[in-house]
Design a protein around this ligand. Structure first.
Ligand code: FAD
Length: 503
């Protein structure tokens, strides 16, 4: 080994801390490295990240998590997409479903044929060409199975919804089994090396000194090391994403458990609804310049499915990102690295991808600045592209019933997003740059769901006759309808394989 580091200290035991601990302890497998995690029960965790996107399956595979056990241990449910209510105009409803739309022909994307038929008034709603959207609509769920060959049933893309506190506890158990040492205590001092400002140790209230070579700051919004100690700086994006508070409250479930998250736009923000096996998680994300906390709480409480299980809890935040996610020997992961609001459930994914990037760029004691700069460049690219997708949800609204939504429709947006919108308007085309997170299909669904006008379609579509295109679209719809018919109810699937009462 070339001047390896030895001691890794993870500061924080929320979702970010324990995901990092689980991943690193799996990869390192007790060899050479010592991993310690410091957390303080007195501070606790933010505990509201409960909806995910499909890439989390990859994380679970890498760390060897069994899906059914994981669902039982976290009271989890399956998620096929996010339903958006009132986002284009009040009364509008659409879903950003995971996975594909239709079935691509050799040259031109499916949605281009759909654009043509829509212009002719001969296309069904976009959702009817998506297995995940139709399954969600009918409260059905099953995982994709290989034996279904080319059928849409072999292509059901899904994520999870789970109880965030149970998730952290579950990962803690895994990590401790794999050798991570947990240290309980409040850090009240951080020691830096005089020569270069690298962190040497954190000191707990009781005087315990925890030394390390690499520090991973998972301390949440406060950014104990990356910001409070290293003063790295924060780039503020509230001019694009103006919501700055959330009120969160769990409530009783009253109905079937839906296999999707819902985001309902209100007058000065929006409300999430995340169904779990034992309760529903809810929260009102809002902009404090347009609504008071009391009014926001009233809106939240009057839009619950069942009885509230607690008083709403207020969380303040500032959208944006740390100017560098890696500074000296500190890597910030989770809320310490930045915050994008949770409309598309991207924060846990950002934790996962930052861990994967850290593994790619894992340092030795030289902490090569060239590698750190590249790590920071990639982190920024990922954050900015997700940010653009989230801004689109706000910008592309036609609501004339609230000052907040009018301000969002009129705001200036990043050039990168403007370019995407211009291209879409021209010919319904989405250009995905490098490995940005959201797929073409994701963008198309939001553009269409929020009524983006489209001037034309790809002229190559006209190489097929209208009758052939019609037959093609109808056959896709028909196959999807038949597939959804044979799928089990989401609740039946959960009861059979993942019921939390069978832990
Ligand atoms: P935290 O959970 O805040 O953990 C910080 C840890 O640091 C704690 O263990 C604390 O004890 C420790 N700590 C801090 N200071 C000290 C100290 N001095 N000494 C010792 N220990 C210390 N993400 C999604 O993917 N999907 C969602 O649906 C979603 N919804 C969200 C809704 C809201 C309103 C918010 C605010 C966030 C949401 N997120 C969501 C984001 C998600 O909650 C976070 O990404 C995730 O919980 C990670 O948090 P964290 O571990 O970085 O920080």
């Amino acid at each position: 080994m070339q001047n390896p580091i030895k001691n890794i200290v993870i500061v924080g035991g929320g979702t970010a801390g324990w995901m990092t601990a689980t991943a690193l302890s799996t990869i390192m497998d007790g060899r050479h490295y010592n991993i310690q995690l410091v957390e303080s029960d007195e501070i606790g965790i933010v505990g509201v990240g409960e909806a995910t996107i499909p890439m989390i399956q990859r994380f679970n595979q890498v760390v060897g998590i069994d899906e059914n056990e994981f669902m039982r241990e976290t009271n989890g449910t399956f998620k096929l997409g996010v339903e958006f209510v009132n986002w284009g105009k009040r009364g509008d409803r659409y879903m950003h479903g995971f996975g594909r739309l239709g079935q691509d022909l050799a040259t031109v994307n499916f949605d281009q044929y759909w654009q043509k038929m829509r212009k002719l008034g001969k296309a069904a709603p976009l959702e009817e060409y998506s297995i995940t959207r139709m399954a969600a609509k009918h409260n059905k769920f099953m995982p994709a199975t290989r034996e279904h060959g080319n059928s849409p049933l072999a292509d059901i893309v899904y994520a999870y919804q789970f109880d965030a506190s149970m998730y952290a506890r579950y990962l803690r158990k895994l990590s401790e089994k794999r050798g991570v040492k947990r240290i309980e205590g409040m850090i009240n001092e951080v020691k830096q090396r005089a020569t270069d400002g690298f962190i040497e140790a954190v000191v707990l209230k009781d005087g315990t000194r925890v030394e390390g070579d690499l520090f991973i700051d998972c301390s949440g919004f406060r950014g104990l090391l990356i910001e409070q100690t290293l003063k790295t700086g924060y780039e503020d994006w509230t001019h694009w994403l103006p919501c700055d508070r959330a009120l969160a409250v769990p409530c009783d479930s009253v109905d079937d458990i839906t296999p999707y998250t819902r985001a309902t736009a209100h007058n000065a923000g929006w409300q999430w609804r995340i169904p779990l096996q034992h309760r529903i998680g809810n929260g009102h994300v809002f902009c404090s310049s347009f609504i008071s906390e009391d009014e926001a709480a009233n809106v939240l409480l009057s839009n619950l499915d069942g009885k509230a299980q607690a008083e709403p809890r207020l969380i303040r935040f500032q959208t944006g990102m740390r100017k560098q996610c890696w500074n000296r020997n500190v890597v910030a992961i989770g809320l310490a690295s930045g915050f994008l609001e949770p409309i598309e459930s991207t924060s846990i994914h950002l934790i996962q991808s930052t861990i994967s990037r850290l593994v790619d760029f894992f340092p030795d004691s030289g902490f090569n600045p060239v590698e750190i700069a590249e790590f920071n460049r990639q982190s920024r690219f990922e954050y900015e592209r997700i940010r653009d997708f989230i801004i689109l949800h706000y910008k592309l609204n036609q609501r004339d019933d609230s000052e907040f939504w009018k301000a969002c429709a009129n705001m200036a947006i990043p050039d990168t997003l403007q370019h995407k919108m211009d291209l879409y308007k021209a010919r319904g085309r989405v250009v995905r740059v490098d490995n940005e997170l959201f797929s073409e299909v994701g963008w198309v669904q939001v553009f269409e769901g929020q009524n983006m006008p489209v001037d034309a379609y790809n002229p190559l579509v006209d190489l097929q006759s209208e009758a052939d295109i019609h037959e093609y679209l109808e056959s896709v719809r028909d196959v999807i309808r038949k597939c959804v018919d044979v799928m089990p109810k989401h609740t039946a699937y959960l009861d059979r394989f993942c019921n939390y009462r069978n832990k």
